[in-house]
Design a protein around this ligand. Structure first.
Ligand code: ADP
Ligand code: ADP
Length: 212
């Protein structure tokens, strides 16, 4: 697969969790727009100051802000054989703009019902030293790092509702958009972490077999 792979799904679907295994499998560098934006907020750059309010309110950052960020990232030398895009595109406008500069080989859609999302997001924790994602119940951090894991500011029940609303209104229509282009791969995300990873891996291997 020569183009980029898009990881698609509602907030908390498990995109970040699956990304490192997929990155190893495909050799494509993982790029998370959420991580890039959080780094910009932490460094208090112009971009960070612009994005912060939207992120804390559970709203999408404006297209023109995020499109520039990804266009720049796609020009780096390691992006030549495509990237593993986690969390981008999230609007039709972002998808159209990506289409102009990069070929998308497959969109992996991790499908999880809304009622499972809130529980996943509220229990999410991150290890600030490694960036690894855990869940207090479904994937608990090892005892030796349990007191250093942190919870994201926007991972509370109220903000999750706004994020889900933004997802349904602005992002979900992309499934049809990519479906019409024949690149949408639907994966049942409502199973264990290993099982989701296995489903993605076998579907991608089958696709690359067809390519060859
Ligand atoms: P996203 O990147 O799509 O927002 P994450 O990968 O950060 O989602 O996962 C959200 C939360 O749900 C994390 O706490 C993660 O440990 C947990 N999680 C991810 N996949 C599963 C799964 N298949 N079953 C149960 N919990 C999961
Ligand atoms: P999650 O997968 O849990 O929704 P992310 O880490 O991907 O979280 O994103 C966190 C926040 O960053 C989003 O709620 C949104 O404000 C902003 N963001 C990330 N990616 C995009 C994007 N492609 N377009 C607009 N806003 C984005």
């Amino acid at each position: 697969m020569n183009g980029s792979i898009v990881l698609f799904g509602p907030p908390g679907a498990g995109k970040g969790t699956q990304a490192s295994r997929m990155s190893k499998l495909t050799g494509k560098p993982q790029v998370s727009t959420g991580d890039m934006l959080r780094a910009a907020v932490a460094a208090d750059t112009n971009l960070g100051r612009e994005a912060k309010g939207y992120m804390e309110a559970g709203l999408l950052v404006p297209d023109e802000v995020i499109i520039g960020l990804i266009s720049e990232r796609l020009q780096q030398p390691d992006a030549e054989s495509g990237l593993l895009l986690d969390g981008y595109p999230r609007t039709i406008i972002q998808a159209e703009s990506l289409d102009e500069i990069e070929s998308v080989s497959v969109v992996v859609s991790i499908e999880v019902p809304d009622d499972a999302i809130v529980q996943r997001i509220v229990g999410r924790r991150m290890d600030p030293e490694t960036g690894k994602i855990y869940h207090i119940e479904f994937n608990p951090p090892p005892a030796e790092i349990a007191d250093r894991v942190v919870q994201r500011k926007d991972d509370n029940e109220e903000t999750v509702r706004s994020r889900l609303l933004a997802y349904h209104e602005q992002t979900a229509p992309l499934a049809n958009w990519y479906g019409e282009r024949g690149v949408l791969l639907r994966i049942n995300g409502n199973q264990g972490i290993e099982e989701v990873g296995d489903s993605i891996e076998s579907a991608l291997l089958e696709l690359s077999g067809k390519d060859a």
